[in-house]
Design a protein around this ligand. Structure first.
Ligand code: ZN
Length: 284
């Protein structure tokens, strides 16, 4: 199932059209995207048995080409975790040491944006990082790896935009602030439930800048896989429904190039993950 934020309402997208979760269920399920995410499994079961009609005015294919009509699938998560240096090839290009446990920072939730949002550049040193984003459906503490998948509502594509000069300015890196400017966290284009994926541990990620491929990787190359991240994080912080986990980026970011390469006004950043869809963001 593909669950989107269309005009601020939780909406199921199908090839035939859209299904508004609240009105089609007669009020059984909530309209707010964040509330719907916490009941994804129930909504999926209801969809399979109730077979509600779809509104053909907007189909999945049409919305895929017009991501600006969609908002972020989750709007106000209580926590956004992000994992640095989680792909070997990216650790190598940064020249930093491969971490022995996950390197975790936050992206503040006010930086969230929709899948087609413009990204205002606050400095000439802004960079791209395509990432697989895990959306938590069921919270908890001390979740064992063997139970981690039970806590996932779904997956979406994310960009972890970074202002590198600020990130690197101090004696210790300022990951969290440098990655939390306005619209620095576009996600979407919708949430895809785990049953639609053959293998979330082996998805292709591709990021293009003005049509040129700048990142191309696979989620199987993560150093810490999704179950180990959920287990590690929940051993410290209580995970809550609708929380997000940015799982790290493969090689090909701009600042580790010679010379460094950064986003410029007018740049079009396209971020695609197998089965999950594409974000298309224009820098301004
Ligand atoms: Zn990142």
């Amino acid at each position: 199932m593909k669950l989107a934020n269309l005009d601020g309402r939780a909406t199921i997208l199908t090839a035939q059209g859209t299904i508004d979760v609240e009105t089609s269920s007669g009020g059984r399920f909530p309209s707010h995207p964040d509330a719907a995410v916490t009941r994804v499994a129930e909504i999926r079961d209801w969809l399979a048995t109730a077979r509600p009609p779809a509104d053909p005015k907007a189909t999945l294919a049409a919305l895929a080409t017009e991501p600006a009509r969609l908002g972020p699938p989750v709007t106000h998560p209580s926590q956004i975790f992000a994992v640095g240096l989680n792909y070997l090839d990216h650790s190598a290009e940064t020249g930093l040491i491969v971490p022995e446990s996950p390197l975790v920072f936050t992206k503040f939730s006010s930086s969230l944006a929709g899948p087609g949002a413009d990204i205002p550049l606050p400095a000439p040193t802004c960079d791209w990082e395509i990432e697989l984003v895990v959306v938590i459906g069921k919270g908890g503490r001390d979740i064992p790896e063997s139970k981690a998948l039970d806590h996932i509502a779904g997956f979406c594509v994310g960009q972890d935009i970074s202002e590198r000069a600020a990130q690197m300015a101090g004696a210790t890196p300022q990951f969290s602030l440098a990655k939390s400017h306005r619209a620095f966290t576009p996600i979407g284009p919708w949430l895809t439930t785990p049953d639609e994926l053959d293998d979330p541990d082996d998805l292709a990620l591709t990021c293009t800048l003005d049509g040129e491929t700048v990142q191309s990787g696979r989620t199987r190359d993560m150093i810490f896989d999704i179950p180990s991240l959920i287990s590690h994080l929940s051993g410290i912080c209580e995970l809550r429904p609708a929380d997000l986990i940015f799982t790290g980026t493969p090689a090909g970011v701009g600042y580790s190039r010679t010379p460094p390469r950064y986003l410029t006004p007018g740049s079009v950043l396209s971020s695609t993950i197998d089965t999950l869809g594409t974000l298309t963001n224009t820098c301004t």
